[in-house]
Every structure is written in structure tokens, then in C-alpha cells.
Design a binder for this molecule. Sequence first.
Ligand SMILES: Nc1ncnc2c1ncn2[C@@H]1O[C@H](COP(=O)(O)OP(=O)(O)OP(=O)(O)O)[C@@H](O)[C@H]1O
Length: 622
Amino acid sequence: MLRLSKRSVSTFLRSGDRSFRVAAAATSISRSAPSSTTDSRRGESESRWYSSLTNGKCMKNESLPHLNMNTNWFVGYRNESSAAASDSASHAPPPPAERFEYQAEVSRLMDLIVNSLYSNKEVFLRELISNASDALDKLRYLSVTNPELSKDVADLDIRIYADKENGVITLTDSGIGMTRQELVDCLGTIAQSGTAKFLKALKDNKDAGGDNNLIGQFGVGFYSAFLVADRVTVSTKSPKSDKQYVWESEADSSSYTIKEETDPQLIIPRGTRITLHLKRDEKGFADPERIQKLVKNYSQFVSFPIYTWQEKGYTKEVEVDDDPAESKKDDQDDQTERKKKTKKVVERYWDWELTNETQPIWLRNSKEVTTEEYNEFYRKTFNEYLDPLASSHFTTEGEVEFKSILYVPPVSPMGKDDVVNQKTKNIRLYVKRVFISDDFDGELFPRYLSFIKGVVDSHDLPLNVSREILQESRIVRIMKKRLVKKAFDMILGISLSENREDYEKFWDNFGKHLKLGCIEDRENHKRLAPLLRFFSSQSENDMISLDEYVENMKAEQKAIYYIASDSVTSAKNAPFLEKLTEKELEVLYLVEPIDEVAIQSLKSYKDKDFIDISKEDLDLGK
Ligand SMILES: Nc1ncnc2c1ncn2[C@@H]1O[C@H](COP(=O)(O)OP(=O)(O)OP(=O)(O)O)[C@@H](O)[C@H]1O
């Protein structure tokens, strides 16, 4: 175990907090990394699937060059930089920093964050850890097809160092890093997904007269660093670039600078180091114990190790100086066999301490996970602020092996009318714990169930699974079947719950999706039909299920009657209705355009045909 005194530790931290030091050869070798035409074409296809990991935002026009790195590229930890590197750095003047203006929306977002999260400043740490974890996910994923990327810096982790004396926090990850262009694209322009949600929550919350803590649960991203810091420095090295760049900005500034990292002491082999120079009133955050508490509180579901720099102690025995009077006596008693006295003391030292639990929640035994933990995982993974309506944690074994946690969200993210455009990032696919993608289009769930959120960790898929493999794989087809079954079980569970409001909420948000399912998924009619809800001539205010309709049928009634209309009021006044209401036959009101097609697709329920009462040849039997 590494044991250093506090003093020696801070010296090595100053020169690159994980003691990432690289020999001079590193720069020159990587600079010559070729990128052939074939390589760039391969890069294109990789980047298409990869876009799922980058939200398609920052990698838009770049393909991933196939690096041909020398195996010596990364020198292991704690190597001193060579003299050559220092020489060149001291002779050549460093290139000047270039200044860039923020996109207008970024300045607005920063204002919003600072003004609405002032009571919840600590979220900055969660946000930076979440970005670091995403960067590690990207690296791990890309390394599957390009192992060179993670060569020599095998450890994928996050390290947080709090310098109490100077009020500085440094967070380092060994993830994918950013090129110069990515710095401009990612930290100078707005992060769409999170921001849109954030702004919406802000509005909803204000409308509801809510408090600001709710918004604190949002993914507000990198800029939350300015809640506590008046200066933020991001030094980052992407394996796609041979240079390391430093982005820097101050709170309340409308611009930022980017320059090349030229200090060999600060060179890192790969990843990103974010330094927060805390505001005068926020220096209390640079307390190792406080950082530890925040990590435990906010980031326990991050699946990479998070180390924090902590003071530790161990007990050892030391010899004590004798009491002079005692020793004189001893001298006289026995000159030869005198035993030295010892006492126990606590030796203090500083070291990295693993601060989070790295076993993903889906690998844990479901009996040991509480509902609150499932809900928290949901909120944190999908950046949601409301709890899910239901969740299901299961393992399948046998022909296909995978573990999964699925959730029914409380509201439709796209708005309840948007049933078709459902290319969401709702399912996170892992293969043996490696995050593969969240960019699906019907491969794991049919379109109409794409509102289901969750994680799926497969044991059978290859790590380098591509979209083509997913689309053709027999394993995926079996997985899809099981996932769909579990999703229906969850929805049925909500419908059977004592709390009727839950299903009303579900139906209000996702009813249209299930009706679309009736049209598109014949195979699952048996599961879909009991979940449908309609108003009827005998229940104009509360929707009923088909089961309730059937139970209420007259003994001699052979069919389920319905009328399609544009509202309950016009259905009530339909001329054909009277004939049936006189006979006390219940009629379903189909008041949405999709209803009639859905019912016609079902054709019957429990052997009773659906019959449109407006048809001329309506036969009510006896
Ligand atoms: N540690 C990091 N390593 C590599 N890239 C990073 C890092 N931190 C941020 N980035 C890049 O900056 C982008 C913007 O980050 P930001 O936190 O503002 O938004 P986001 O993470 O994309 O969205 P959200 O916070 O809503 O999930 C990220 O998408 C990522 O591309």
C-alpha cells in the first residue's frame, strides 16, 4: 500500500494529482499516429454507433481515427518526466491561450443554474462525477474494438482530491477525454437533453409553487461547477489527439479560453482533470470528509471506482524514553537484561480510499434492494425527478442469460400524444457490465412499449455487438420476448393495484401506446386487451376495463357493443344508442381516433365479438 506523508503527497498531487507523468517520448510518438483512409472509414461506422454514447452532440463531424500507438506511449504511473520534455517546454514559448465567447444559451443556462440552485450547491459534485463516469463508459466501450485506446492506463476510475488549505477540488478521470474541438463543442455550447429537462422542471416547479430542491435532482451538467467555483480549469487528453488542452473560465464570464497544456508536470496520459478554485464562501467544500459524504450520498450507483483522498491512521508500537529515576534503579538492578518500554501510537498518513459501492444494483439480489434504492437508481440513471410507477428486477437463465431492471415512468417524456416518434434513450444495454448503447429503435422493445425504461445486462451477446448484430440475433429476439412479458406484468400490476389513481395516471400517459400495440402486435393481444380502458353508456365518468364490461353483460348478450365518436357528449347523443340503452345493454364509447382501429384489430374479447352499433345491419338478437 502506498504510504506517504501529507507533505510528500501534496507535492506529488501538485504535479498531476494521480501522478500521471509521461515521458517526453509520449508526445512525439503519438503525434505521428497515422490515420489512413481505411481507418477513417472504419471510424465513421464506429462513430455512428458511438453517437449513442455521446448523445450525438459532440462527435458529430468527427470520425474516430484508428490510432497506431506505440506500446510505450503511456508510461506507467509515477515516472518522472524526462529532461527532454522539460527542455523543450522551457525553450519554446507556450502557445497563447485562445479566447472564445460562449453560445448565448450557455450564459443563460449558467445564470439559471446559479439563480435556481443556490440552495442546493452540492449537486456540482454529482454532475462532475456523472460526466466522468460517462467518459469512462465511452472509453471502455470504444476499447472493445480498439484496445489500443486503453493501453497502459488500464485503471478506469475517478479520483477526487480536496485541498482544504487552498480551497481547491480536483476531480480526475481516466476516461475518453476531449479533443480541442470537442472542448469547444461540449463546453462552449449547450447540452441539449439535460437542459431541456431542466428548463421544463424549472417552469413546472414554479407553476406548482414548488421549492428549488426539486430542481436539484436534475442533470444540469458541467456548468453547475460554477455554483461553487469562481474559476474552473479542465485539462483534458483524448486518445484521438496527440495534445492535451486546457479549458478555463471564470464564473460570470461570457467567455472561456483554450490553450495547449505545455507543462510536462501536468501532462496526463488520457482523461480529464477538472480543477475547481472555490469561491471564498464555498471553500468548505474542499474538505475530504465532506467530499466523502457527498460521494456516498449522490454517487453510489456509479459503476466505476471513485477514490477520495483521505487521512487514515494505523496503530503501532513505539519505544518510549525511560523515566530517569526508574532507569537508574534498573541500572543498579540489572545492567544486562533490561527490557525497553513501548507504547501504542496512531500513525497518520494519507491515501486514496474507495468511497463508493461499485457493484451495479442489477447484479445485487433483489431481496436485498429496497424500493427506495430502485427509485433512486431510476432517478439518477435517467435524470428524472419523479419516482417510477412500477419497477421489476429479474434474472433470466437457461437459453439466454441476462439481468434487468425495468421501470414504468410516471409521465410520458415526449408528451402523451407522441406515440410514434419514440426513438428514446430509455434502455441502457450492457454486456457483462460494459455499457454498450442506449440508442435503440425497436430492437429490445416494440415501438409502442418504448416508454419503458431500464437497464439490461446480457451475458450472451458479444462485447463488440453492433446494431446489425442486434437486429439479426436470435439471442436478442429471445431477450425481447422476455422483456416484453416482464413489461406487461408490470403494467398489469399497476392495473391491479388498490390505488386506482396509479393506473389512471398510467392510462392517461400511455393509453395510446397500448392501443397502438393492439394494431401492431397481434401476438400480444391477450396481454394488451385486459389493459384497455374506455368510457361507456353506463360509466360516463370513470373508464372501465373490458373485463368489467364482460362481467356486466346481460346473460343473453353475445357481443361487446361500441360506438365511435369524437367525444363522450356526442357519443351519448348518437341516434343509434337509444335502442340499446332501452334494453340496458352497455355500449363502449370510443372517443379517440385510434380507438376504433385498435378495437377492430382485436376483433373479439373472451369470445365476444366487438360490434359497432352504428352499422346498418346491427342485430341485437333476442
Ligand atoms: N469528464 C469528461 N470527460 C469527457 N467529456 C466530458 C467530461 N465532462 C463533460 N464532457 C463533455 O461535455 C459535454 C457537456 O457536459 P454537460 O455535463 O454540460 O452535459 P451532458 O453531460 O451532456 O448532459 P447532462 O448533464 O444533461 O446529462 C458532455 O456531453 C461530454 O461530451
